[in-house]
Design a protein around this ligand. Sequence first.
Ligand SMILES: Nc1nc2c(ncn2[C@@H]2O[C@H](COP(=O)(O)OP(=O)(O)OP(=O)(O)O)[C@@H](O)[C@H]2O)c(=O)[nH]1
Length: 641
Amino acid sequence: MGSLGRASRTLKPLKLFPRAHTPSKFGPFTSILKGNEICTRIGNNHSGLSHGFASHSRQSSEENVIDLSQYPTERIRNFSIIAHVDHGKSTLADRLLELTGTIKRGHGQPQYLDKLQVERERGITVKAQTATMFHKYNFHGTEISEGQDQPSFLLNLIDTPGHVDFSYEVSRSLAACQGALLVVDAAQGVQAQTVANFYLAFESNLTIIPVINKIDQPTADPDRVKAQLKSMFDLDPSDALLTSAKTGQGLEQVLPAVIERIPPPPGKSGSPLRMLLLDSYYDEYKGVICHVAVVDGMLHKGDKISSVGTGQAYEVFDVGIMHPELTPTGVLHTGQVGYVVSGMRSTKEACIGDTLYHSRSVVEPLPGFKPAKHMVFSGVYPADGSDFEALNHAIERLTCNDASVSVTKESSTALGLGFRCGFLGLLHMDVFHQRLEQEYGAHVISTVPTVPYIFEYSDGSKVQVQNPAALPSNPKQRVTACWEPTVTATIIIPSEYVGPVITLCSERRGQQLEYSFVDRYQESDLVKLDVLLNGQSVDAMATIVHNLKAQRVGRELVEKLKKFIDRQMFEITIQAAIGSKVIARETISAMRKNVLAKCYGGDVSRKRKLLEKQKEGKKRMKRIGSVDIPQEAFHELLKVS
Ligand SMILES: Nc1nc2c(ncn2[C@@H]2O[C@H](COP(=O)(O)OP(=O)(O)OP(=O)(O)O)[C@@H](O)[C@H]2O)c(=O)[nH]1
């Protein structure tokens, strides 16, 4: 589809905040923002500082204060919060952290887990973040004897991004979870990323708890959203939690639902250690800090561990949980999610999806993650050619925290040495550039983004081209065929947007393969079935039926009516008709009133007169058609289909 223009994706407007500190170019800088309780650092070359926690682990005197041995797998729940963009994941995460006392209420920093500067400026989550919470809860209402405390649960919450460009973060997060809160905006309802994230969770066999959020909005329509959840995902509407992360309404149901409905992690504590490397980032002082999920076994500080991916061995210097900052615990048990510092110095050592295990044991590697699929490629060059090495260093550090970017070195006659980077989308590319600048002070020039093409040359060879410079200037001379990536997409939109969307698609050379209504209207042979009483159509009884069923329905209708309409002083004909064609008919004979009953004796002419009068009356009533139809007849008609 050609190189992608910026307009092809909706980017969130950049909210610019005054920058109190301008990072010196590629040099270290540290600024300290103070919240009510937690002091968070941000900075450029303390890449961990960009997460707000790397250099701010809790005091080592706190080590072992949290006794993780109290949390066997039955008392652990690992869950992600997934949703479409802006449906309130991070705000809900804030409330849960407050509810469990993990952060102070009114900590002064909304969307606490959105720690990157780029996240705060753009108001979107780009990195999944884990936080460990502790919550006392009476599971299944188990009886608790007097003086005995409610059992405490260890809950690992992973807040994930909503934008499609960061869905790699979502799929990695789900690998550490057994359940997910599927948050849906009560006014907007199910959106594109709700569907995509639902299927990610569904395919990972996670327990999905629907949370209809923002119920405080005047346009909230939770019933409509429940119906969507049922029709699109077959989620039971009665399972949905109704919340407002803004006002706090309904939040008290969330953690009980997490504990009751999501199963504990399935790992085996007696088996040799297996840890899944979920994420990593680089800290100037500690080296690479790995986020891990302990699938089996147990990890202690001082243990020797090895990587399946690289075969290298390390000693564990520090181990702990994110509560919500790095909190050393000295140990991690089966099912727990935490961090490990083991002296890895380069990003190449921390391969996301890798299995870490005790050096002398033999283990089956964990499945890991599918490699990221790069959709957009662009060249990244230092603005000043002499800064190539510094840029190299910065990109290496940043890719440690964003494993979904592919990087290869390249050179350009005009720009010198640089890198060709693959991204998951244009927003991803934009965010990567912004992070390079904000966290590493790198000033870069990026080339026009392009999708990967395939070219076939006259010698029969096929090459994937991610850089226009790789093509000969007159491709016609040597290129025999070329291919561009396409997708077969299903676009679901409200009818008022159909026109503009079709225009947009055709502008992008999209071909419309099929067009249909989601609520599945289809051409049908329908007829109006009239009910006539004494030849007069009763509009309230008319119905629209399929032509094939008309005969049967018509017959049933007239039979039912015959049972429910009382005999009257005149004959009643009941007919079912399609247009002028009568398809069923019944008759209710007249009641014969004995008008001569009081006529004792008397002459014949008087009796005849009375009978004539009766006949006239019947005719009049029949003509007017005032047939009394009891209420039940209408009810019974509803049952005919
Ligand atoms: N009225 C109302 N607004 C809410 C509620 N929850 C969140 N918001 C607002 O919705 C906006 C988006 O909230 P976030 O928590 O950042 O949403 P998110 O799903 O984490 O967004 P991404 O991470 O970018 O996908 C913010 O302005 C919140 O203040 C709610 O329950 N009611």
